[in-house]
Design a protein around this ligand. Structure first.
Ligand code: GLC
Ligand code: GLC
Length: 811
């Protein structure tokens, strides 16, 4: 069952039934100011950090779900309704929500009144604009009241839900004309406030929540709205809100537009006050003025659209399969950008009060958006590297506001450092900017320790080399990519975190996932060294890589697939000898991507084992058989009921590893079949089962052992976005940036006749047509550039601004 449809031309998903199986959300903002907005206008806003600078309040796991947001109420006599259906839930005559690129348009129609709200964050602006257009579609003159509503969060979102004995006494507001200011804690250490303003005279306002709602009412029945009487309440403590009330009169056919601005301002210490107790509103007024007219708003909206046109112009596919095109050209790239911006902090599954930016997550996310905003990718890489320790290990997470490592979680997730090689080489290949290697970057943010970024990469490699276990395989540490395989944890205490507990820190537990990763990125590092003339370093690294390959072949092969690990006791994990968890996906993915044992036939065997044992209708499972009981020596993985999360769900992030592995073998059919199984646009028809947005990937889909296989959880912020984008664009469609060329090597289903891609690379545009007359999966017969046949399949780099026609014939 579907709840809407794609509008590819507008790059929107259009929801037409508000009763989606879960709130389907979108993100506003691209740099500093962000908002989450659901299809019924639920959600919240924050500046940079969803924990420390939360502007509006949100209650997680609320009943009914997704209560609280940017609400409009229309009081039209005895009929009270909201354009987004919620919170009032009056049946609407028409409803639609268009989630687009960094904007959302929600429209409701009731009794001949149409209300359309456009929500977006203008570029380079610390504010959300809500443009509300009210149209009288009836034949009579109409008069009604319009109420707005947001509830302020007292900045620290964690404290806000937690420290009520203080919070209920700190709230402060000011009302100035049609602007409502939230200034809690501004009198002391804060140099920032927020405001919600409208470009129309008010019939009244409210700033105290309980007065506005009435003490026993929910958001669906605010007393002030029901009675059509704003209370002009002034909040002192308790829960400050901002609600405007505007009288609207419309002739038949007439439309009126109101512009609301929800903004954030910082003032220097000497400029905090206008006079005693009155905040300096100059910057807020500037923002309000900018959007005082419809023309100002339209210009900003057009600018945002043009910005996205630009971002999405670097890779444009025409495959003949509209679902594939919309994933590659629109939604997957969009999700990559959102994930880059927010890492794993704020979604409808991540509360924004938990995690900061993950080291491994952010490095992997980079491969999904580096072609869109290379300058920001560069900065992100350097910020990440600055949270590395001198021994090459890294903080597992850092806070975006301070850019400092999070010491509550610490480090020793031994896959972390190697991802820095993936991100840095991807960046250099995209841009040709080798100068990043010379940047001076501190360790643990201590400027005195600064070394070149190249040195950071080298230490990443050596961190693995310096931490090998008894079989010459990498020690796993707290966990590798799989946060839940905690082989040194041994926790019996439900109050301990699996991620930070190490009750038996030994040096025996080894990871085959990191082994494959080391071969892959160790080689990548050696190639980089060769490219920049560091032959000795390249040779040294290559030796370590060769040794690792041998260690995997000698100790990491289980007969038909790669082992997953050795546990604390030196026992095999992911082996036919195990009762449960005989095979795991991660080591099959990383070791086959690295081509370990390719000539010996091990890649084929491992991938066939994946096919036989891990494949199901909804994608590839993480492990099989699922764990049915808690194993203290394995940790969190066995804590999940079977079929969920890391215990035998389809953990979508790692499916592309297998797709890429299949392309190593040239099996394009299988690679693409795995792609289709989890790509959300292909799941639109089963939205009722899948539950989450059909336009973005979810982290996981319940596996075949689960109670409801096929049900997804944790959409939006997941490494799945970047890895699928990387797999489809660079390995299946096979257009791959190199240091000195654009390499072409597709691996597609043989049935395809071909496809075309427009790729902007280092400023030049390549119109690439791939033809498949012999219906092969992989292999190139001939490549021509601007009509001239070239040797090989590497397209030389052309001058910026030039355009080239590339024809690739497979066969
Ligand atoms: C989550 C984490 C990621 C981890 C994965 C597997 O998605 O963000 O870092 O690799 O789970 O456990
Ligand atoms: C849990 C989750 C995992 C996530 C981790 C983050 O272990 O299962 O997916 O990465 O928490 O701390």
């Amino acid at each position: 069952m579907k709840f809407g449809h794609f509008d590819d031309l507008a790059r929107e998903y259009v929801i037409t039934n508000p009763r989606t199986p879960y709130p389907w959300i979108n993100y506003l903002g691209n740099e500093d100011f962000f908002g989450l907005i659901s299809h019924t206008a639920g959600g919240y806003s924050f500046y940079k950090d969803a924990r420390f600078r939360r502007l509006t309040r949100y209650r997680y796991n609320n009943v009914p779900w997704d209560d609280g947001g940017r609400y409009f109420y229309i009081q039209d006599g005895d009929c009270v309704w909201s354009p987004g259906w919620k919170p009032v839930r009056t049946e609407l005559d028409e409803y639609s929500c268009r989630h687009g690129m960094s904007y959302t348009i929600i429209k409701g129609v009731k009794r001949g009144i149409e209300a359309e709200a456009v929500f977006f964050v203008p570029l380079n602006t610390w504010a959300e604009v809500h443009r509300l257009t009210l149209t009288n579609r009836s034949r009579a003159a109409r008069a009604f009241k319009l109420f707005s509503f947001v509830e302020w969060c007292l900045w620290n979102a964690h404290d806000d839900m937690n420290n009520l004995q203080r919070n209920f006494s700190t709230g402060e507001v000011e009302v100035d004309g049609s602007a409502i200011y939230h200034k809690t804690e501004y009198r002391e250490r804060r140099d920032h406030y927020a405001f919600y303003a409208v470009n129309a005279p008010l019939a009244g306002f409210d700033t105290d929540r309980d007065t506005f709602l009435g003490p026993y009412n929910g958001f669906d029945r605010p007393a002030a709205v029901i009675e059509g009487k704003p209370r002009n309440s002034e909040a002192h403590g308790w829960s400050p809100i901002a609600s405007h009330c505007v009288d609207i009169r419309l002739k038949p056919g007439e439309a009126k537009t109101l512009v609301f601005v929800l903004g954030y301002v910082e003032n220097a210490a000497e400029e905090k006050w206008e006079r005693k107790g009155v905040i300096n509103k100059a910057k807020a007024r500037g923002l309000i003025d900018r959007f005082a007219t419809a023309a100002g708003v339209d210009a900003a909206f057009q600018e945002l659209r043009a910005f996205w046109d630009g971002l999405l112009s670097h890779y444009v596919l025409r495959s003949g399969d509209e679902r594939l095109d919309r994933m590659v050209n629109i939604w997957n790239q969009y999700q990559c950008m959102v994930t880059f911006n927010l890492s794993r902090s704020a979604s409808y599954f991540e509360t924004g009060i938990g995690r900061g930016l993950g080291f491994r997550d952010s490095n992997q996310d980079l491969v999904g958006f580096v072609h869109q905003v290379p300058e920001r990718a560069r900065q992100r890489i350097l910020d990440l590297a600055a949270t590395q320790f001198a021994d090459g290990s890294a903080y597992h997470q850092y806070q975006p506001l301070t850019k400092r490592g999070n010491s509550d979680i610490g480090g020793n997730f031994n896959d972390d450092p190697l991802w820095l090689i993936l991100s840095t080489t991807a960046y250099i290949k995209e841009t040709g900017d080798f100068s990043i290697l010379d940047e001076q970057v501190p360790f643990d943010n201590d400027e005195h320790t600064a070394q070149s970024h190249f040195e950071h990469l080298k230490r990443s490699v050596h961190h693995t080399v310096d931490n090998l276990g008894p079989h010459g395989l990498p020690l796993i540490g707290r966990a590798d990519w799989n946060d839940c395989l905690n082989l040194n944890c041994f926790s019996n205490d439900p109050n301990e975190s699996f991620q930070t507990t190490g009750n038996r820190a030994g040096r025996t537990a080894e990871s085959l996932m990191i082994a494959g990763q080391f071969v892959l990125y160790g080689r990548e590092f050696a190639a980089l060294c060769r490219r920049i003339g560091k032959e000795d370093e390249a040779a040294r690294t290559q030796e370590h890589v060769d040794r690792m390959v041998n260690a995997v072949l000698a100790h990491g092969w289980d007969g038909a697939w790669f082992l997953r690990a050795y546990d604390f006791f030196g026992k095999k994990v992911g082996s036919k000898e195990n009762e449960e968890g005989k095979i795991f996906i991660e080591s099959q993915g990383l070791c086959t991507m690295a081509g370990i044992g390719l000539v010996e036939g091990k890649v084929v065997q491992a991938l066939d084992a994946v096919r036989e044992r891990l494949d199901c209708d909804f994608g590839l499972l993480l492990n099989q058989p699922a764990f049915t009981r808690y194993l203290i020596e394995y940790g969190e993985i066995s804590s999940y009921p079977q079929g969920y999360k890391e215990n035998a769900a389809v953990f979508c992030h790692n499916n592309p590893w297998i797709m890429i592995g299949e392309t190593v073998l040239g099996r394009g059919d299988r690679a693409f079949e795995y792609y289709r199984k989890i790509a959300p646009a292909y799941l639109e028809e089963i939205s009722d089962l899948h539950k989450l947005e059909p336009y973005v990937y979810a982290q996981m889909v319940a596996g075949r052992d689960a109670y409801r296989p096929g049900e997804a959880k944790n959409s939006w912020l997941t490494g799945t976005a970047a890895w699928n984008y990387y797999a489809i664009t660079q390995f299946i469609l096979g257009i791959k940036p190199g240091y000195d060329a654009l390499d072409i090597d597709p691996c597609i289903p043989p049935a395809w006749d071909g496809f075309t891609v427009t790729r902007v690379f280092r400023g030049a545009t390549y119109d690439i047509e791939v033809r498949n007359p012999r219906h092969v999966s992989k292999g190139i017969r001939q490549v021509s550039v601007d009509g001239k046949i070239i040797a090989g399949r590497s397209i030389p780099i052309a001058d910026p601004g030039t355009q080239h026609r590339v024809i690739v014939e497979l066969g």
